[in-house]
Design a protein around this ligand. Sequence first.
Ligand code: SAM
Length: 277
Amino acid sequence: MTEKTSSGQLLGLTARWTASVRARESARADRLFEDPWAEALTGKEGAEWLARRPEDSTLPMAIRARFFDDFLLDISRRHAIRQVVLMASGLDTRAFRLDWPAGACLFELDQPEVLQYKEQVLHAAGARPTCQRQLVEADLTCPWQEKLTQSGFDPQIPSLWLLEGFLFYLSNESVTQVIDGVTNLAASASWMGLDIINSAMLTSTWTRPWVEMQASMGAPWIGTLDAPQEFLARRGWLATLTQAGASDANYGRWRLPVLPVMAPDMPHNWFVIAQKQ
Ligand code: SAM
């Protein structure tokens, strides 16, 4: 993940960035979560990236991590769902740092080099998972469903899915394909969490510096949905939206003005929670 420059490697580097944000958050006295392995996973590349990012600019990512921590634990406990699928899990350590209900199995899908790097670091650190765990090496823009079912996922029973920090790296066509793939494997009463940007995010003067940074680092944001609730409703999902700073995704840490969750022509990075009907 360090010296090669294919687009897969560059996308793999983004996993170091999110790990670096979790490391910085974990060091705060008022941290929203604690990820004891994030610093080791961040490595030099992640640390260099983080050093150039003011903390305000990465707060939405820390809030997003806490928001989806709560979502995963709440749904798995309240609805007794034991199959949890982390799509593009990257260097996510939720299988190690969250208090999963008995019988929970996490399926982590990502590029081979990302998962292999994570295993090396976690193994060296002596990390122990708090649930069952299956790693599934896959390019998620190619057919991946069979790999998941072959690793023990059962599409006949409800499941819980997370697509975090991922969809904006895909073309809109691939966003649709990935969500259709999830929809096909998610039994009725399954749940899904995801975050997605709208198209105004790519053009707004407010967000241009971040969008240009992503492109200049070789990992441009391209995938958008302007009406995620309608998009998901057409696929049988009932969805709610929120965003960093809203009353349910704030945690007392958001200091900027809060936009309405659905402000036309304004940039949004929505946190979406949906249940399959
Ligand atoms: N979900 C993790 C988190 O929040 O920390 C990782 C987010 S990271 C910004 C994006 C992840 O998407 C990377 O781990 C990258 O390898 C993965 N990714 C991007 N495109 C992918 C693809 N086509 N197939 C598999 N993984 C992909």
